[in-house]
Design a protein around this ligand. Structure first.
Ligand code: NAD
Length: 506
């Protein structure tokens, strides 16, 4: 799809980054990057050729020879500089992000900021990549571990956090001494590329960070490539499962953070105003296109009488372009995404859910071409309905009911996904029971979107995650390094042992 007013030749192209050079792809397959509020074509992104993928991996392989031995302080200082550059360019980065992805400008700054926190974390790598040492494990013998970089690592990212999620990946991989090949989402690669430019400006040497664009074929080439040691993936469960299976079969270490259906339990003793505000923000913010969006609220007991108040609150949210002051709900990322969400709302009605608030076809003055869907609320939602069984990834909140906390917990644990969840209550006992019994990775207690800060790692249960170690935090240092255990004995004349010992001992 190309904007009719602008010939394709005048639309800027998104470059590949190979060996420190931003290069034009020779690909014959390109896709438009489109502003979802206006349909303006912002850029064209290539689907890299197999040779280009090989060249990016070869550049990373070459750079690894020296980068793996670069002093830890030198690596850390690059990320100190990068965090400063990101702060200085915050407004510009948010504007690029909103133009290509749609979320509101303040939310786009949040997207960049949550990635910036990981860059700050990477700057502290000196304290994170420490081995262990046990002195005198036998007479005169010490054992210690080295956490050594793996080699070339690759990252594959989704469209919905085009700043934060690339920043979950390449800073920690590079800070731990690896080199990296990034494959951003083909839907909104521009803010990612601006961050990559800033990383080079901050001092990331040529070849240490490379970028290829594309879709299935490029991702498959990364999964299969013999010189790539590890893959980080964030995206849907369908694609993540494929990436996990294919890349582990090729002998790689893989972490896949995947799809979600995040439930919040609302207990009747919760603070009503605070809870309804939190639910509306978490269900409809970013037009529901967050992996941690609350898409199902389970109302326990009397909390079911809060539905009209929740609908009133959702009705007040402003649907418009992300650049407009006061917008709460921006457009969906693409026409296809809008059509899919509208289709799921239609199926929800057909399946018998009660449509309490219908966000289809909102009138958005000045943005008639935008991919808008307004806040939508269904009550009486049950498993077996498409709107419950599928991740809608739009501003659609499903309401279900339970008569007790136990029933609500069982309901959530029966859903295949285990990404995020929350409970709203004033009872410490209920909150503690919830945190103990719920089988979900991120758990919020009166916190609707409990994305961990980088002192911790992002996680997930069941269909939401494959692989043992999560992104950022302490876990990712283990993910991006190989533990080597050294057992050493040094002799002097007085300790030289006598004779051959054929038993297993130190
Ligand atoms: P997606 O799975 O469609 O795409 C993710 C990446 O995979 C992209 O880079 C894309 O180019 C690539 N890809 C797409 N189809 C492919 C295929 N057939 N084979 C190989 N690669 C392919 O995801 P999306 O729509 O960009 O992002 C939304 C999804 O990501 C949602 O399911 C959301 O829950 C999930 N997500 C999860 C987390 C998390 O931390 N758990 C965070 C953000 C988003």
């Amino acid at each position: 799809m190309t904007h009719p007013a602008q010939p394709a030749s005048q639309v800027p192209t998104v470059k590949l980054l190979i060996g420190g050079e931003f290069v034009e792809s020779r690909s014959t397959e390109w896709r438009d990057v489109v502003n979802p509020a206006t349909q303006q074509v912002l850029a064209r992104v290539p689907f890299a050729t197999p040779d280009e993928v090989d060249a990016a991996v070869a550049a990373a392989q070459q750079a690894f020879k020296t980068w793996r031995k670069t002093a830890i302080g030198q690596r850390a200082r690059i990320f100190l500089k990068l965090q400063q550059l990101i702060r200085e360019h915050m407004g510009e980065l948010a504007a690029i992000l909103t133009a290509e992805q749609g979320k509101t400008l303040p939310d786009a700054e949040g997207d960049v900021f949550r990635g910036l926190e990981v860059v700050e974390h990477a700057a502290g790598i000196g304290n994170l990549q420490l081995g262990e040492l046990a002195n005198n494990v036998a007479g005169g013998v010490d054992t210690y571990t080295l956490l050594q970089p793996l080699g070339v690592c690759a990252g594959i990212t989704p469209f919905n956090f085009p700043a934060m999620i690339p920043l979950w990946m390449f800073p920690m991989a590079i800070a731990t001494g690896n080199t990296f090949v990034l494959k951003p989402s083909e839907q909104d690669p521009m803010v990612t590329m601006r961050l990559v430019e800033l990383a080079l400006e901050a001092g990331v040497p040529p070849g240490v960070l490379n970028v290829v664009h594309g879709g299935e074929q490029v991702v498959n080439a990364l999964c299969d490539h013999r010189d790539i040691k590890a893959i980080s993936f964030v995206g849907s469960t369908r694609v993540g499962t494929h990436v996990y299976n294919r890349a582990t079969l090729a002998g790689k270490r893989v972490q896949c953070m995947m799809g979600a259906k995040n439930h919040a339990i609302v207990m009747p003793d919760a603070n009503k105003e605070q809870t309804l505000n939190a639910l509306a923000g978490a269900a409809f913010g970013a037009a529901g296109q967050r992996c941690m969006a609350v898409s199902v609220a389970v109302l326990v007991g009397e909390a079911r009488s809060w539905i009209p108040a929740l609908v009133d609150k959702a009705r007040t949210l402003k649907v418009s372009a992300g650049t407009e002051q006061g917008t709460d709900v921006g457009p969906l990322v693409s026409c296809a995404a809008r059509d899919r969400v509208v289709g799921l709302i239609e199926r929800g009605v057909a399946d018998g859910a009660r449509l309490e608030l219908d966000g289809r076809n909102p009138q958005v003055a000045g943005y008639e071409q935008g991919n808008f869907v307004g806040p939508t609320i269904f009550s009486g939602v049950k498993p077996g309905m498409s709107v419950y069984d599928q991740e809608v990834f739009g501003p659609v909140l499903c309401l279900a009911e339970a008569s007790s906390l136990d029933e609500a917990i069982d309901f959530i644990n029966a859903n295949p996904n285990g990404n995020g969840t929350a409970i709203f209550t004033q009872s410490g006992a209920a909150a503690r029971k919830f945190q103990e019994d719920i089988d979900v990775g991120q758990v919020g207690i009166n916190v609707p979107i409990p994305v961990p800060v980088p002192l911790f790692s992002f996680t997930g249960s069941r269909a939401s995650k494959l692989g043992d170690l999560g992104p950022y935090g302490k876990q990712v240092v283990l993910f991006y390094t190989q533990t080597k255990t050294v057992t050493a004995r040094w002799f002097d004349d007085s300790t030289v042992s006598q004779g051959v010992n054929t038993t297993i001992s130190l």
